[in-house]
Design a binder for this molecule. Structure first.
Ligand code: AMP
Length: 601
């Protein structure tokens, strides 16, 4: 396959915002690709050479890419840099300056897809003193054989700017359309959720059809998408929903970790965050303890890593464990911030996939799978838990959890259907937090999709942000509030740097918005926002039409809690369905204020 064929497909994808149209474009394209090339096509469509959890990224600096563009286009470095300042996107610069005729010179031949994968691999693996120069030359060589559109995508791929608008949901729709049926779409989604590797799923379905996909299982070393909890507003509501009986566990205020442990000569321990980042180097002590204490050879378990006070053993809030997310000085951090893991689930053990087994079975296998620490230093333990069958017990357990410095409780279904639902949020787990007991204050995790320049004291920095929740059914982010309170000066000063890589010249195709900010962002950063309640909104677009025709829902009196949810991807932020549910749960609403401006901040 020629790379131009893939670049043209990216171009067509980018030109539409209709998910159905994207699905058709992708499905048609997938059918024409050699199954052995499809895997890499999938990775490249999000600017990578490997699945998302693979640590290596291409990440070339803009300056280096601009140098390559100057050398291929024959323009001066100044001309190239000026255009970059104007557009902000090296892809656009390449497209404008690398002309078609360049492609037709005697020494060039059309760039093949294979050559692109090879060239990008060389860029990714270049090391040593002159590695920057090597990277630049590999890119220039590929652009030499490229037209404008191919150059645009090459530059976007190497600088981490590949956003053609088709998310995982659309790709899976297209795979079902191309190689299976609509009814078989859930099998594709499950395979993706338990491997986090869309390239693997695509290649498998293209080669062996849906039967081969059904045989994909969890594997130690490939992260599994995490199961998530719904929320309810009161303990009696939870007991009702669980039909009178369920397990309660403490809800610890730490960092979720999925541990993949394999013993033996090729053994390893990998700790993944809920957004598939490799956290192993942040918790070397926990990794060691898990390896030492595991019974058997292989396992995948989940738990919450929580910081504690060494003198008292008291648990400390989330902010403390984030000190472990350092790049440097980790040894010191390990000493300064002691951490414990409270395990709550087991997904795999010695050749057996437990994800389709009910919660009780997984939990008892978990409790049988670890030895006590030999040195008596207990870094590895289990979440405190009890079987609850009435409201008094529920309240007592919740009070104990709070007294033990936990956030609240997690109620877990004991029914046979209580499998580990990878990648989905549902009522098999229900969380109930201390915040909920405070009148009408709830927190939401929202993605930043825009910013407004500040005025007065905030001139020169962003003064407010446009925040959005996610609708997994449409794959779009809908706005939920304009956020201007709760920021301190240091955070405001850091914001532009934090958001820069997500800047977009126009409204990103994944965003639905009526409000127009000064700057748009592709969803990338997630912030925790508290709000007094949710009201029908004439300007915000999340849950549009769900409660009232021609209106969405919006947060009232939104306030940044100070917590950047860098453990969540934008797709893991609060969903449209949750916002609708919060709205429905509000016991009393002042109908006069229901359409009032929720962006007064
Ligand atoms: P949230 O991040 O608000 O969606 O809350 C769910 C999170 O609570 C999970 O992702 C875990 O990180 C955390 N958590 C704490 N304790 C438990 C527990 N006992 N069972 C499951 N998750 C827990």
């Amino acid at each position: 396959m020629q790379f131009s064929k893939l670049a043209d497909m990216f171009d067509r994808l980018e030109a539409t915002s209709s998910r159905l149209e994207m699905t058709d474009i992708l499905a048609e394209f997938f059918k024409t690709v050699e199954p052995s090339e499809l895997r890499q096509v999938i990775y490249l469509s999000v600017g990578r050479l490997h699945p998302e959890f693979y640590p290596q990224e291409l990440g070339m600096a803009d300056k280096l890419v601009l140098k390559a563009i100057a050398s291929v286009s024959g323009r001066t470095q100044k001309e190239v840099d000026d255009l970059w300042i104007k557009t902000g996107d090296p892809g656009e610069v390449a497209e404008q300056l690398i002309t078609k005729k360049k492609q037709m010179t005697l020494f060039s031949e059309p760039l093949s897809f294979k050559a692109v994968v090879e060239g990008l691999t060389l860029i990714e693996t270049a090391t040593g003193k002159d590695s920057q120069d090597k990277k630049m030359k590999h890119l220039a060589r590929m652009m030499h054989d490229s037209g404008p559109i191919e150059s645009r995508y090459l530059c976007r791929i190497v600088t981490g700017r590949m956003r053609v608008g088709a998310g995982a949901m659309t790709i899976m729709d297209a795979l079902a359309l191309a190689f299976a049926t609509k009814e078989q779409r859930p099998d594709i989604e499950r395979a993706f959720n338990i491997t986090c590797d869309m390239g693997l799923v695509a290649e498998t379905v293209a080669k062996g059809g849906i039967d081969a996909v059904k045989k994909i299982g969890v594997t130690v070393g490939s992260p599994v998408k995490v199961m998530l909890a719904e929320r309810l507003r009161s303990l009696p509501d939870i007991m009702d929903r669980m039909e009178g009986k369920c397990a309660f566990e403490y809800k610890y205020d730490g960092m979720r970790v999925q541990a993949h442990i394999k013993k033996g000569p090729n053994g390893f321990v990998k700790l993944y965050s809920r957004r598939l980042e490799d956290l192993t180097s942040n918790f070397p002590d926990i990794a060691d303890a898990l390896m030492r204490q595991l019974k058997g050879d292989e396992a995948i378990i989940e738990g919450e890593c929580v910081a504690f006070e060494p003198e008292t053993g008291n648990l400390l809030p989330f902010q403390n464990v984030t000190h472990r997310r350092k790049k440097h000085g980790m040894e010191q951090a390990v000493e300064d911030v002691p951490v414990r893991i409270f395990m709550f689930d087991l997904l795999y053990h010695d050749g057996k996939d437990y994800t389709l087994m009910p919660y009780s079975m997984r939990r008892s296998k978990l409790e049988m799978s670890f030895n006590e620490a030999k040195d008596g230093v207990d870094k590895v333990g289990y979440t405190t838990r009890a079987i609850i069958s009435d409201e008094d017990q529920a309240q007592t357990f919740f009070d104990q959890a709070i007294a033990s410095k936990c956030e609240g409780i997690m109620a877990k279904s004991l029914e046979d259907i209580s499998i580990y639902r990878a990648g989905s949020r549902g009522f098999l787990w229900i969380q109930y937090k201390k915040d909920y007991t405070q009148a009408l204050v709830d927190t939401f995790d929202l993605a930043v999709v825009g910013a407004f320049y500040g005025m007065g004291k905030r001139a020169g920095v962003y003064g407010a942000l446009l925040m959005a929740a996610y609708d997994p059914d449409t794959g779009k982010f809908g706005t939920a509030c304009k956020l201007g309170t709760g920021f301190d000066d240091a955070f405001l000063a850091a914001l532009p740097g934090m958001l820069d890589q997500y800047k977009s010249e126009k409204k990103p195709s994944s965003v639905n918005a009526e409000m127009v900010p000064d700057v748009w962002f592709v969803p990338g950063i997630v912030l925790e926002v508290s709000a007094a309640d949710i009201s029908i909104s004439p300007i915000h677009t999340i849950s549009y039409g769900a409660i009232k025709e021609d209106a969405g829902l919006g947060l009232r009196f939104p306030r940044f809690t100070g917590r950047v949810r860098d453990d969540k991807t934008p797709e893991q932020c609060t969903t449209s369905a949750e916002i609708i549910e919060f709205y429905n749960l509000q016991e009393s609403r002042d109908s006069d204020s229901s359409e009032s401006d929720n962006d007064s901040e």
